[in-house]
Design a protein around this ligand. Structure first.
Ligand code: IMP
Length: 191
């Protein structure tokens, strides 16, 4: 079964392919001819995920899903949240985003945070939402070379290593996106 995943991020595509397995052939945006950036202007992760899925569906008519992820830091009232990609600048400047996060948390004792992913699926024209959360804390400095985004700063609960110090399999087993996508995969398998 073919399903479009609304991303051109190779890291994400790999992560999600590993979780979904062979039963579904994931097609990236580029592979279905969408090269432009899809607007993400909604105030919530769910809103953005749905907006992206609807954008694809309206143009291709294909079954598709989209995700939106935010890093929600307790001491910052859930920031950067839906603005995680554009925290420091209008672009996707990971280094600047991590620097700003460390700055905002300087001297802050409560470093609890969570990654939250919303996945919106459009299948047969119907819309469905799935959510995945992983709790953890923000380290005081970066550790590790793997992963992407805020991974070198995020230590999941029950671990003393950041996501960037884990293999893709280890991260997937506990991550926000892994959890949300496993819910999606279960749903698809039970169709
Ligand atoms: P997006 O909505 O999934 O594109 O992600 C929004 C922001 O969160 C971007 O700055 C990403 O780098 C960051 N992000 C998303 N997923 C992860 C992750 O698994 N680890 C670290 N950062 C992530």
């Amino acid at each position: 079964m073919k399903i479009v995943f609304a991303t051109n991020n190779a890291h994400k595509l790999d992560e999600v392919r590993q979780v979904v397995g062979d039963k579904f052939a994931l097609v990236s945006l580029r592979e279905c001819g969408i090269v432009e950036d899809i607007p993400e202007n909604e105030p919530t992760l769910e809103g953005n995920a749905l907006a992206k899925a609807r954008y694809i569906y309206e143009r291709t008519g294909a079954d598709c899903f989209a995700d939106d992820t935010g890093l929600e830091v307790d001491a910052l009232g859930g920031e950067p949240g839906v603005r995680s990609a554009r925290y420091a600048t209008d672009g996707h400047d990971d280094e600047a985003n991590k620097r700003l996060l460390l700055e905002r948390l300087q001297g802050v004792e409560n470093r609890a945070a969570q990654f939250r992913t919303a996945v919106a699926l459009i299948m047969g024209g119907k819309e469905y939402l799935f959510e995945g959360i992983v709790r953890g804390r923000i380290a005081t400095e970066q550790h590790g070379e793997g992963g992407f985004g805020y991974d070198p700063l995020f230590v999941p609960e029950g671990y003393d290593r950041t996501f960037a110090q884990m293999s893709a399999e280890e991260k997937n087993a506990i991550s926000h996106r892994g959890r949300a996508v496993r819910k999606l995969a279960e749903f698809l398998q039970n169709l």
